[in-house]
Ligand binder design. Structure first.
Ligand SMILES: [Fe+2]
Ligand SMILES: [Fe+2]
Length: 137
């Protein structure tokens, strides 16, 4: 079973800690997908609701600490976007909990899309700020 998505160079922001964590999140979504495809739905559900959900919180906290460290001027806005993301993510639960594999798969697809849109837009915005800062110093 091939993964849904390979962490492409396009999503690399050039900040090691952040790139490692983003790549880990993509791997975890792929892993959930693989468990589901292998017919291990209960395990996939637990993995999604526990390991993956916890890791998202860890990543957001690490990222916000980094943004604070570099004095990112849009930190508060980014925090709000993370909060909204977690809330959206929580709305996937009923579909993950359903007996319907297609609904589960669709929820994973949505999670992928949200994650990639977040990295590609909001996270890329602070990466540009950081790159500019590095150039000046
Ligand atoms: Fe991020
Ligand atoms: Fe972020």
């Amino acid at each position: 079973m091939s993964p849904m998505f390979n962490f492409d160079a396009e999503f690399r922001l050039g900040i090691d800690l952040v790139d490692r964590e983003h790549s880990q999140l993509v791997d975890m979504l792929n892993h959930t997908y693989e468990l589901l495809s292998a017919g291990r739905r209960a395990e996939a559900r637990r993995y999604f609701e526990e390991a993956l959900t916890d890791y998202i919180a860890v990543h957001f906290a690490d990222e916000e600490a980094f943004l604070e460290e570099i004095g990112y001027p849009h930190l508060e806005e980014h925090r709000r976007i993370h909060e909204q993301f977690k809330q959206n993510f929580a709305t996937l639960k009923p579909r993950i909990a359903s007996e319907d594999d297609a609904a589960f798969r669709q929820a994973l697809n949505d999670a992928f899309t949200w994650l990639l849109v977040h990295i590609g837009k909001a996270d890329r915005r602070y990466a540009r700020f950081y790159a500019g800062q590095q150039k000046e110093s």
